[in-house]
Design a protein around this ligand. Structure first.
Ligand code: LP5
Ligand code: MN
Length: 238
């Protein structure tokens, strides 16, 4: 079937077995019937290193590796430390944070979406810090238990910070979207992160543009399908 599928923001974790089951079902029943599957970040709730012996990680890696289609991954703000070892174990090709694809006659930019949230100055400062390679190497050299505690503190800090932020600040900034589209010379974009699923259609520099946003996985799954007819945002039961 000539279509490419995109998912993001599953936030897989031990505490949400139903979402993991839904994902395994998606991998077995839906994902094999496409030309490629792109995972646009936040596949996991938090990632503290490829050496984490979590049974969930092994289970997901085995299911991904069994997928008979090309599989690609862009890091999210929760799993930006997912490394080459896990990618190899899962059969995923790691992509850079912005990737332009040409599919079925469409040039489309894919990214996680957190970099578009430029009104959230606190987050952009945090992101710049934790994306420093020396700090990541230092963190990954710590004992796993210490890393777990730091990640838990970061999650708590984030939840607290989010309580004092307006919803608008935590959405994409329109100028950042337009600048990114122009810089990449595309009229189609797919991203996640904001958990506000929609396909936004507007005009930029006289050209029709589409910005497709993936939904997070909670009680149902969310995917975007791209084929010759264009973009479709699809929600589905597990
Ligand atoms: O993630 P979410 O949905 O809650 O909110 C995000 C932004 N928050 C984050 C932080 C992540 O949740 C942290 C996950 C860490 C897991 C991996 C650990 C790797 C460690 C690597 C070390 C090199 O991404 C949130 C945005 C929101 O999206 C919407 O876009 O607003 O941004 C923030 O909340 C940032 C805050 O403004 C400041 C960050 C608080 C963190 C405090 C850290 C203190 C603990 C340090 C211990 C040494
Ligand atoms: Mn995210």
């Amino acid at each position: 079937m000539s279509r490419t599928l995109f998912i993001a923001d599953l936030h897989l974790c031990q505490e949400e077995p139903a979402i993991t089951a839904g994902f395994l079902h998606f991998l077995a029943r839906e994902a094999p019937h496409c030309n490629a599957l792109y995972i646009l970040g936040d596949l996991f709730e938090a990632w503290i290193g490829d050496d984490d012996p979590s049974p969930l990680h092994r289970q997901v890696a085995d299911a991904l590796r069994a997928l008979p289609v090309p599989l690609f991954f862009i890091h999210g703000n929760r799993d930006f430390l997912l490394g080459k070892a896990y990618a190899r174990a899962s059969g995923m090709t790691l992509l850079t944070e912005e990737q332009v694809l040409t599919l079925y006659g469409h040039r489309v930019l894919i990214l996680h979406g957190d970099t578009l949230c430029t009104d959230d100055a606190g987050y952009q400062r945090f992101r710049a810090k934790v994306h420093q390679r020396w700090l990541q190497r230092l963190f990954l050299a710590l004992p796993l238990l210490i890393r777990k505690r730091i990640a838990a503190r970061m999650r708590d800090g984030s939840k607290q910070a989010n309580q004092h932020k307006s919803l608008a600040i935590m959405d994409v900034n329109a100028e950042a979207v337009n600048a990114t589209l122009q810089r990449q010379q595309v009229t189609m974009m797919i991203h996640g992160h904001t958990h506000r699923p929609a396909i936004h259609r507007f005009v930029l520099n006289g050209q029709p543009v589409e910005r497709a946003v993936l939904g997070a996985w909670h009680a149902r799954g969310s995917m975007i399908q791209l084929d010759a007819s264009g973009l479709s945002l699809i929600e589905f039961d597990f």
